[in-house]
Design a protein around this ligand. Structure first.
Ligand code: FPP
Length: 255
């Protein structure tokens, strides 16, 4: 029996996929490095923050679409541990984005059964950012649809070092033997504990690097790059990424 699209009811019209996606093979976890906001704005003679604002609208479109396609987890790199080096006005703006995003979009996220989560060291974010996030996390905590996972003040090396410290502490206290340390238990000490590993990584803007994003978790992910800047990314490109993913052979080191 053909599978109907979209799977979830929404007041908003959904864009229809056109490439012939196999709905039984939608990647469960898609991670995105949303890059190119600054260049997008510069090309238009606008301040960098205008690019971030436009980028936020694209987040809404892609979340809606990913949810309709039946993606289980969408992890978005919204702010890295390195992004603090940016000018203060830009950092301040980026810290306000979750507030703006959630103040306008939380009702729709709830209606679409989306669950909001975060990875990263969120405890040092400004109070208003933390408040918006914790409210969204709490109000969507019983939702069972798409997990919308924001990487905020996230750095993969920091995450791994932190996991090592926690494990070392347990060994020191005699709660754990060094021989009990394995990949699975290390994974369970990362922020992403409990989430499936990403199947697909998308990076926009033509850059082809990981920039300290999910270094451990992306070990077997398929990578998909586009020259398009994030504010110009859309449902059709997301669908193309999924379509290309479905036409790759994942061998996990086998043949
Ligand atoms: C990278 O582009 C983008 C960021 C550091 C911020 C990404 C944030 C958003 C897209 C909005 C997130 C929305 C919510 C709801 C949190 P860049 O600034 O590095 O672009 P450039 O490489 O062209 O300078």
């Amino acid at each position: 029996m053909p599978i109907k699209f979209p799977f979830t009811k929404s007041k908003k019209e959904s864009i229809q996929p056109t490439l012939g996606l196999d709905y039984k093979q939608i990647p469960k976890h898609v991670a995105i490095i949303m890059d190119g906001n600054g260049r997008w704005a510069k090309n238009r003679g606008m301040p960098r923050i205008a690019g971030h604002k436009e980028g936020m609208s694209v987040v809404k479109k892609i979340v809606r679409y990913a949810s309709d396609l039946g993606v289980s987890v969408l992890t978005l790199y919204a702010f890295s541990t390195e992004n603090w080096k940016r000018p203060k006005n830009e950092v301040d703006f980026l810290m306000k984005l979750p507030v703006d995003f959630l103040s306008t979009y939380l009702p729709e996220l709830i209606e679409k059964n989306v669950r909001v989560q975060t990875i990263g060291e969120t405890s040092i974010l400004p109070a208003h950012t933390q408040k918006a996030i914790s409210e969204a996390v709490e109000r969507t905590s019983n939702n069972t649809g798409l997990i919308l996972n924001f990487a905020l003040n996230y750095g993969s090396r920091y995450e791994m070092v932190d996991a090592v410290k926690e494990i070392a502490g347990k060994v020191k206290e005699g709660k754990l033997l060094p021989e009990d340390i394995n990949e699975e238990m290390f994974t369970s000490h990362l922020y992403t504990s409990g989430l499936l590993e990403p199947d697909l990584l998308i990076r926009t803007s033509g850059e082809q690097r990981l920039s300290n994003f999910l270094l451990w978790q992306l070990a077997y992910a398929e990578f998909w790059f586009t020259e398009v800047y994030w504010p110009d990314f859309d449902e059709a490109l997301f669908e193309k990424a999924l379509y290309d993913y479905q036409n790759r052979k994942r061998r996990y080191g086998g043949i």
